[in-house]
Design a protein around this ligand. Structure first.
Ligand code: KG4
Ligand code: ZN
Length: 353
């Protein structure tokens, strides 16, 4: 039995004992390549694009140009660090979407050409699925959740609660109807005059501040959906009012403002997770995405886990923000099922789970 993939013929019953996957991630402003030997990470190289800092947010055209400059050295480094030759690769996995079209196209075209050149299978990966499966990377510091579990995926582009029934079978239970939680962090930081990306800076200042000093309103969203655009507006009005009375209000109260914003966002997230557990009866919780690096989110979830007897899974920092290792782990599970993409596959900026 054979599986026909463009002009290359791949045995359908590819017998995989141990496989090396090269994974490529380029959905936003990080160019990353990783090599995985089955579920083990041999290398995970990430090139951040600092160019966006001066513009206060990601500029799509600059991001795709930077990906073009970075992709070859990043892939070279990933192979060198893993100490393997490209001829040893079993497949190439890449982020097909969701993300910025120009950025995705760089990784997609590179992965397609390389797979075609080497005559090996190509595996397309959904970025949000990858944030969830990052928990299955073999690492002493992490334990994989068992099925079914609830995943809270919180990033710069998404905020979702997902029921995960199997590695490749998941259903969205709720999601944001406007801004993503990472955007809420970054836009609030911008209002405070902090550089992009402001999420980690809010986190840093919050650790020295009083989280109850400035109470901000929480949205009344039914079910498991989220909304963060109202919070941003209320922070804007609050700052305008305070600055009218004290021009140095932000400088004099930065830690407390950051702690209060973070506390509000964390409470919104935790309230929804509690609701999702109640609705589904599932007590295995895993977080993923850039915002799962947030210290407030991590400690609130651990605390809830202890109080409520939940089994909580929190990824290592390097697997929270965008990285190719998480793309590789999805590649691993798809390779085991011979789920390959056609060489004509195209990037998909909007790509639901
Ligand atoms: O998953 P990710 O790297 O990229 C996307 O897929 O969007 O997430 C990036 C987001 C940014 O909004 C960034 O500000 C936020 O994650 N982030 C944080 C922290 N670290 C990264 N937000 C709050 N606290 C952090 N420590
Ligand atoms: Zn991401």
């Amino acid at each position: 039995m054979f599986y026909l993939c463009a002009s290359i013929v791949i045995p359908k019953t590819l017998h995989i004992k141990s496989s090396y996957i090269l994974a490529i991630e380029s959905s936003c402003d990080d160019t990353s390549a990783a090599v995985l030997k089955d579920t083990q990470v041999c290398s995970n190289v990430v090139a951040n694009q600092e160019i966006h800092e001066q513009y206060g947010g990601v500029v799509p055209e600059l991001a795709s140009r930077a990906h073009q400059q970075n992709i070859v050295p990043v892939v070279d480094q990933a192979l060198a660090k893993a100490n393997i030759d490209k001829k040893q690769l079993s497949a190439i996995a890449f982020t097909r979407g969701p993300g910025l079209m120009g950025s995705l196209l760089v990784g997609t075209s590179f992965a397609k050409s390389m797979a075609l050149g080497l005559g090996i299978p190509l595996i397309e990966v959904n970025h949000m699925q990858a944030h969830i499966l990052a928990h299955f990377i073999e690492d002493d510091a992490m334990t994989a959740p068992s099925f079914p579990f609830l995943a809270l995926t919180i990033s710069g582009g998404h905020t979702q609660i997902v029921q995960v029934n199997d590695h490749l079978q998941m259903t969205i239970l709720g999601q944001t109807l406007d801004d993503a939680v990472g955007e809420a962090f970054d836009k609030s930081a911008k209002l405070l005059g902090l550089p992009y990306p402001g999420g980690p800076l809010i986190d840093k200042h919050a650790q020295a501040g009083d989280p109850t000093r400035f109470p901000f309103p929480k949205p009344k969203m039914p079910g498991l959906d989220f909304s963060f655009s109202g919070l941003k507006t209320s922070i804007l009005y609050f700052l305008q009012k305070q600055q009218a009375a004290d021009a140095h209000f932000i400088q004099n109260n930065l830690d407390d403002i950051c702690a209060s914003i973070q506390h509000t966002i964390v409470t919104i997230l935790m309230d929804k997770i509690k609701k999702a557990v109640k609705q589904t009866g599932i007590k295995q919780i895993a977080i993923g995405g850039g915002v799962s690096a947030n210290s407030g989110v991590r400690s609130a979830l651990k605390q809830l886990g202890r109080e409520k007897g939940w089994d909580v899974h929190i990824p290592k920092f390097e697997y929270c923000t965008d990285n190719a290792a998480m793309i590789g782990i999805v590649g691993h599970y798809k390779l085991r099922k011979n789920e390959f993409a056609d060489y004509q596959v195209t990037a998909k900026a909007r790509y639901q789970l």
